[in-house]
Unconditional design. Structure first.
Lengths: 121, 172
């Protein structure tokens, strides 16, 4: 009977621990993708400022409330704007930022292609 | 003709980059994020400082009066600086001053109010700093002017005489 009880306890505790560990991984991932707005060049995860510590608690609460990663990002975006996210969303202010590397890639590719074509001739 | 396009495009790219960086030199290197002021009062449950009662924020900001929400703390030196301005603004009948006590202890906060006076009609107790996040705040002190459930102006840092005059002109 004792062994049965022990198994039962392990059976109950183990999945909860797992769940908590999953939440911790998700929390770390989210806080690494949020910018600490009052620090210079630090993520919320890296910072130990009052602001960052409060944000970590809010992220924790939101995960426990069952919000998805995307929903948590959009929550913070609605409060602080795009600047809080390390990956800025694609909109009229950021399209140049997103499309410039592609543009450079294609123009550069075209130049290289042109040079190779000329050499072949 | 083709041979000319390449040098011209290189020169064009360099001139563009030069103009961007030259213009950038004139900007300040201290970045202040755009403060969002157009959003509505968040509807969240909060704990009141004096009674420990839990109420919704919309119950506090329920009339068509002007409200000044001020985030403060007893350990924050600039909060002491702006306190006389809050006391002055609290005299206005058309304005209610609401406080968020940020990451503080009740004992220290009470001593602070005893020494400097209490301008607040309500105080929200936010010992973890999570209510301040709902308002999009960065820290202490910070103030929001609210009318009809909308934030119409945000003041980051201590209020000064200039901001006091501005608030008075809003609530006239």
């Amino acid at each position: 009977m004792k062994i049965f009880k022990l198994f039962l306890i392990i059976f109950i505790i183990f999945p909860i621990n797992n769940l908590k560990a999953d939440n911790e991984v998700l929390k770390n991932k989210i806080t690494k993708n949020l910018r600490c707005l009052i620090c210079q060049g630090q993520s919320v995860y890296d910072s130990d400022s009052e602001f960052a510590n409060s944000l970590k608690i809010v992220v924790d609460n939101k995960i426990n409330e069952g919000l998805s990663e995307k929903e948590i990002y959009s929550y913070f975006q609605s409060k602080y704007g795009d600047w809080i996210l390390y990956g800025p969303s694609f909109n009229k202010n950021t399209y140049f930022l997103w499309l410039l590397p592609l543009l450079i890639f294609f123009v550069g590719g075209a130049i290289i292609f042109n040079i190779l074509l000329k050499k072949q001739k | 003709m083709k041979n000319k396009i390449l040098p011209f495009s290189i020169i064009f790219i360099f001139i563009t980059i030069f103009v961007i960086f030259y213009k950038g030199l004139q900007n300040t290197n201290i970045y202040t994020p755009n403060s969002k002021t157009s959003f509505e009062v968040p509807s969240v449950s909060v704990k009141l400082f004096n009674s420990d009662e839990i109420i919704n924020t919309l119950e506090i900001f329920n009339s068509d009066k002007f409200y000044l929400l001020n985030i403060w703390s007893s350990w924050c030196v600039p909060c002491k600086q702006e306190h006389p301005i809050l006391m002055e603004l609290a005299k206005n009948d058309n304005l209610e001053v609401i406080g968020i006590n940020y990451k503080d202890t009740k004992k220290n906060a009470n001593n602070f109010l005893k020494d400097l006076g209490n301008p607040y009609d309500y105080i929200i107790f936010d010992n973890k700093g999570i209510n301040a996040i709902e308002w999009g705040a960065y820290g202490v002190p910070e103030s929001f002017l609210i009318n009809n459930n909308k934030i119409i102006k945000k003041y980051t840092g201590p209020l000064n005489k200039g901001s006091m005059e501005e608030i008075k002109s809003f609530i006239k």
